[in-house]
Design a protein around this ligand. Structure first.
Ligand SMILES: [Zn+2]
Length: 264
């Protein structure tokens, strides 16, 4: 089973039906990450339509400034979410430095909740890689997916030593740095993602909407780089994701029947 560990399903608009159909016919287990509260509420509705979609609550670092003084509201939504994401820091693309303290405040709130509720996290780390690793260590959050890592290799190695999982995504087709990272990640920590629907458009500065089957191209490329086969890479990523979810207390009472069937 293909695993897409980071997708913005609520951004598909008119193409949502088609995207869900592809997810079902191609059997792609999909972690649907939120940008903010409205996005999460939308994802929960989408999640009701497919047993292969896991909606998760987070506040994207771009949106953090709006929520820094609304932590109790965030807490109530975290309670209902089986996992956490998208959360993180962005000190690179977000140029407004006045938001950075809010980003830190919101992120630490989520990490503390993840530790307390034993939920896995899905992290955006752009130029905040070291700070994020420090936070994971401080709260001993071991079940972390680092999404689209593109930072320095020494911090990548420290994150690997800590046991973080890493998603390789569509930039693996274009960037030598990402190709190097795709080769460096140890077998047991490798995951895949698309960051659909906007990632290809963002990378290529065109109108291309990423559809769910873009995950197959990522798997094929990762397999080639790691001198493996697409089938072996798909199985490896599946086993890693299964390990990440194994014995997850929050997911026990959540509907991931399709995925659980494939675990046995
Ligand atoms: Zn994202």
């Amino acid at each position: 089973m293909l695993i897409d560990a980071h997708v913005h399903l609520d951004k598909y608009g008119d193409l949502l039906d088609e995207a869900l159909e592809q997810i079902e016919t191609e059997r792609i287990f999909t972690v649907a990450t939120a940008m903010d509260i409205a996005s999460y509420l939308e994802l929960r509705k989408i999640g009701d339509r497919s047993e292969l979609v896991l909606p998760t609550f987070g506040i994207h670092p771009r949106r953090a400034a709006e929520y820094a003084n609304r932590l109790p509201e965030l807490g109530r939504n975290i309670e209902t979410s089986p996992a956490i994401g998208e959360i993180g820091l962005d000190f690179h693309w977000v140029k407004d430095t006045s938001t950075y303290s809010a980003q830190r405040k919101v992120l630490e709130f989520f990490i503390a909740a993840a530790a307390e509720q034993n939920k896995f996290v899905n992290l955006h780390t752009k130029a905040g890689e070291k700070e994020i690793l420090d936070l994971l260590e401080k709260y001993d959050v071991r079940r972390a997916i680092i999404h689209w890592y593109s930072g320095p290799l020494d911090i990548l190695r420290a994150m690997i030593d800590f046991g973080c999982y890493f998603t390789i995504g569509v930039e693996v087709h274009y960037s030598e740095h990402i190709k190097a990272i795709a080769k460096l990640i140890p077998d047991h920590l490798l995951l895949t993602e698309t960051d659909n629907p906007g990632a290809l458009k963002w990378l290529n500065k065109n109108d291309e909407i990423g559809m769910p089957m873009a995950i197959q191209n990522v798997v094929n490329k990762v397999a080639e780089l790691r001198q493996s086969t697409p089938e072996q890479t798909e199985d490896l990523v599946h086993d890693n994701f299964a390990r990440l979810l194994a014995n997850d207390p929050a997911l026990n009472d959540y509907l991931i029947t399709a995925f659980k069937r494939t675990l046995s």
